[in-house]
Design a protein around this ligand. Sequence first.
Ligand SMILES: [Zn+2]
Length: 66
Amino acid sequence: MSEMWRNLIPTPQSKFLIVTCNECGNNQIVFDSAKIVVKCNVCGAVLAKPSGGKAIILGKKERTLE
Ligand SMILES: [Zn+2]
């Protein structure tokens, strides 16, 4: 398998996180390798944004879902 193809495969380390919205305190599940901007379901504040690999989490990380 070439390096090019290897790089396109998602890492098995991807996890789901519980993130608390900084604006309204809503708890929401966020994929830590999100490829799109994740917004709070309650107030619309941005909770995570993609960065090419791991998403940048803008809310407060509570815990990781196993
Ligand atoms: Zn919110």
